[in-house]
Write a protein that binds this ligand. Structure first.
Ligand code: FMN
Length: 386
């Protein structure tokens, strides 16, 4: 064989091996099906089976939002009752030292559970934090038969996803903001503040970026946040929680390349998060909002705030509107307080709210999305039952 033919043959073999390797890596990383696999099955098997009883309601509850997708919940199911408990072992550490976000997430799960109860033919009686001796007992829901009443919000449960991609900045009409706010009118301790004009948006946006810089510069917070990033397909399917590349809101090509790369060191993840916060999340928000409560340290009010957030996000989903919490300012404020450092962001949050008698619970952005958001993984119902 001539040297040239041998070379071409060698190059052909190498190319085939590289192609096979890329296909294997693509398969291994779930590139051939974004947001697919067992970790995503709860999104399709979300309606209760006939005759399943109250256990079926948990299928809807676990599709709720939660901080860093830690899913800090447990459920105990009886023939006429579902109890919701905080899973005290699941935490984002120094990002949420007072478990503010955990309680909001419990409120989100509770809201989905109650919507599913109505759709499943149950009336309910709700007791929030029913056991003073056990603060982890978030809610008790007693159920009794009633005519099924599936609401639009219930039907939106499997379509709601946190959207971290760019929005088109078209203003959100005032009546839409008003309707979103009205969803919380039955919760007297919850309100919403809006930041829609250019100067207000700049003000909130600048603070979000500065708080992100502070988190990235805080080794402990950066590490505790980074622990919940799931870069590989295997980890996603194994843990079924956390923040995935699919959920990061990237363009398809960028996401594909990101998945082919080996997991990035934390420093690179942090700087790409900071870049995206400044140039995408803040820069393209049509408006910001903050969920307010009268007492942000009250677990009951945080749960109420979480119920309102879940409702608002479901309602927005039905109208093609994207939403996404941006908690960095309060994560820094809580960090300052727990570490006894000067309350730079704590003070900024108070000034931002500017209403006496109300405190910030959860800032967020909203707008009309340029990209669809993909689903995040969920643990199975059987994994979260007590
Ligand atoms: C209390 C709370 C805080 C959150 N904070 C943020 C945040 O600061 N940034 C963000 O991108 N998403 C945030 N999220 C969204 C979660 O990461 C998201 O709900 C979770 O990953 C599950 O994804 P899904 O909402 O698409 O189902 C938060 C959600 C909750 C309930």
């Amino acid at each position: 064989m001539s040297t040239r033919r041998a070379f071409l043959k060698g190059a052909g073999i190498t190319t085939s091996l590289v192609a096979a390797g890329a296909i294997w890596r693509a398969w291994d990383q779930g590139l051939l099906g974004a947001a697919r696999g067992p970790a995503y099955e709860p999104w399709t098997a979300w309606r209760a089976d006939a005759g399943e009883g109250p256990r079926g309601l948990v299928r809807a509850a676990i599709l709720a939002a939660s901080p860093h997708n830690i899913q800090p919940w447990r459920f105990r199911v009886a023939p006429t009752r579902v109890d919701l408990f905080e899973d005290t072992e699941r935490s984002i550490g120094a990002i949420d030292p007072y478990r503010r976000e955990v309680h909001i997430g419990l409120g989100c799960a509770l809201e989905n559970l109650l919507l599913a109860a109505g759709a499943g033919g149950y009336a309910h009686r709700l007791a929030v934090l029913p056991d003073p001796a056990n603060p982890a007992h978030a809610a008790r829901v007693d159920l009794s038969p009633a005519p099924p009443a599936a609401s639009d919000l219930y039907r939106a449960i499997p379509a709601r996803h946190t959207n971290r991609g760019p929005y088109d900045r078209r203003p959100v009409p005032q009546d839409v903001l008003g309707a979103l706010e009205a969803l919380g009118l039955d919760q007297p301790d919850v309100a919403v503040a809006w930041y829609t004009n250019e100067s207000d948006r700049r003000r909130v946006g600048a603070l979000v970026v500065q708080a992100t810089e502070a988190i990235v510069g805080d080794e402990q917070q950066a590490r505790d946040s980074g622990r919940w990033l799931r870069a590989s397909w295997r980890d996603v399917q194994l843990h079924r929680d956390g923040i995935t590349l699919d959920a990061w809101g990237m363009a398809t090509l960028v996401r594909t390349v990101a998945k082919l790369l080996p997991p990035l060191p934390q420093r690179l993840n942090d700087s790409s998060w900071l870049w995206a916060t400044r140039d995408v999340h803040v820069a393209t928000a049509a408006a910001f909002g903050i969920i307010l409560v009268r007492a942000a340290r009250s677990a009951a009010q945080r749960i109420a705030g979480g119920r309102v957030w879940q409702r608002m996000h479901l309602w927005a989903t039905l109208r093609g509107l994207a939403m996404r919490p941006l908690n960095q300012i309060l994560e820094r404020a809580d960090r300052e307080e727990s570490g006894g450092t000067p309350p730079r962001f704590g003070r900024a949050a108070v000034e931002l709210v500017g209403r006496s008698g109300w405190q910030a619970l959860m800032p967020f952005r909203l707008g009309y999305p340029l990209r669809d958001a993909l689903a995040s993984p969920r643990r199975a119902v059987s994994d979260v039952l007590l």
